[in-house]
Write a protein that binds this ligand. Structure first.
Ligand SMILES: [Fe+2]
Length: 392
């Protein structure tokens, strides 16, 4: 297509519902390639369909006839030119772009970073709060780590509510859960859940009782002087992949059967169904959703439970196995940030009389993390666009 001769010999063949762009081959025995494009798709994606001001798609495809056809379609100057019979509009498409799309539809996504799955001996990436807040390079590294490993620890976060909000806003907007925008994890006289006691907290993801559980979780350690209370983290995606290898039938059940979760307390009766292991359209494990303390009574057929319960228990036991689970002590000033759909978190029991333990938490969104990553990556690669210091 880049060669003048190929462009001039490229032709268009109109069919009933779409057209073929026919690109001649190169060399003596090269074969031509045919690329098909539906007429409604072409009309909807005319470059003029987007407002230069708002960036929105402003073209109304619903107003077009379903049997939309071109009056003419030709190739000129490395562009496909289509004049539409219905309204006389002329569309001009870059041929390179069209052919690339035909061979691989979809936008490149810089946020589509392959997971680095990790195990119990993992050394968590650590960042320094003051440096992070003034350096977009550090922010880009933090987001890369979160997309790749699902977890990072930020040190030296000031002992204030505002510091947590400012840190969360590095990667997104604080999103409230059913229990509010922020939560304070400390032993309470009237606990609404085991998190607010000194008991151990099994590996879990937060709020599966919500239709859309929170995406990214922040846990800012403000005080930790008790005996015990070590934190645990495990990469649910790594464990799920291990289960797929060792027990494929278990894996199939946990990716296909949804189970009920419920949080029930004064004034609240939150319920939702979730699959324990999430996979994307390519079959890649993208995350897990599990919580024993919020699991409702499984309402599956009892004969299905003959298979499901062993699969569920095997996976739950693997999540807490030291091969997969890292145990460490959070220090005051540390803030764990992790993907709540991939990383399971927990806590060992602690002695309430031995000191004080206080973690403040909040959530942001996974989609907004990816959005921030895409934009900051382009800023870091073009420092002239930056409002902040780009430091290494
Ligand atoms: Fe939690």
């Amino acid at each position: 297509m880049r060669e003048e001769g190929i462009v001039t010999r490229t032709t268009v063949e109109c069919d009933a519902r779409g057209l073929f762009v026919v690109v001649p081959g190169q060399g003596p025995d090269a074969r031509s390639s045919k690329h098909y494009f539906n007429y409604l798709w072409l009309r909807d994606n005319c470059p003029t369909s987007w407002s230069l001001q708002t960036k929105d798609r402003v073209f109304d495809i619903f107003s077009q006839p379903l049997e939309l056809k071109p009056k003419s379609a030709t190739v000129k100057d490395a562009n496909l030119i289509v004049e539409w019979a219905f309204d006389g509009h002329t569309s001009k498409y870059d041929l390179d772009w069209l052919i690339r799309w035909s061979m691989q539809p979809g936008r490149d996504d810089p946020a589509d970073i392959p997971q680095h799955r990790w195990y119990g001996d993992h050394a968590f990436a650590r960042f320094h709060d003051p440096e992070l807040k003034r350096s977009e390079v550090q922010q880009e590294r933090l987001m890369t780590t979160l997309l790749r490993e699902g977890v990072a620890i930020v040190e030296s976060v000031p002992d204030s509510d505002q510091a947590l909000t400012q840190l969360a806003e590095v990667i997104g907007s604080v999103r409230a859960s059913f229990s509010g925008a922020y939560f304070d994890v400390k032993a309470k006289p009237d606990p609404r859940g085991v998190a607010y006691t000194a008991h151990a907290l099994e590996p879990h993801t937060d709020s599966p009782c919500e239709e859309m559980p929170p995406g990214v979780q922040f846990l800012h350690c403000r005080i930790n002087t008790t005996k015990g209370g070590e934190s645990t983290l495990a990469d649910g995606a790594a464990v799920a992949e291990e289960l797929r290898k060792s027990h494929p039938r278990d894996f199939d059940l946990l990716t296909s059967v949804s189970i009920p979760f419920r949080f029930h307390h004064t004034g609240l009766d939150m319920r939702a169904r979730q699959r324990v292991i999430e996979i994307d359209r390519r079959g890649t494990v993208t995350g897990v959703t599990i919580s024993q303390h919020i699991a409702d009574i499984f309402d599956l057929d009892q004969t299905l439970l003959d298979e499901f319960y062993p699969a569920f228990c095997r996976f739950g036991a693997m999540l807490r196995n030291a091969r997969f689970s890292a145990t460490f002590l959070l220090r005051a000033g540390d803030c764990m940030i992790f993907d709540n759909h991939r990383i399971v978190h927990g806590r060992l029991a602690y002695d309430r009389q031995s000191g004080e333990r206080y973690l403040r938490g909040c959530y942001t969104d996974r989609g907004e993390l990816r959005s921030k990553y895409r934009t900051i990556r382009s800023i870091v690669q073009s420092p002239s666009q930056s409002n902040l210091q780009v430091a290494s």
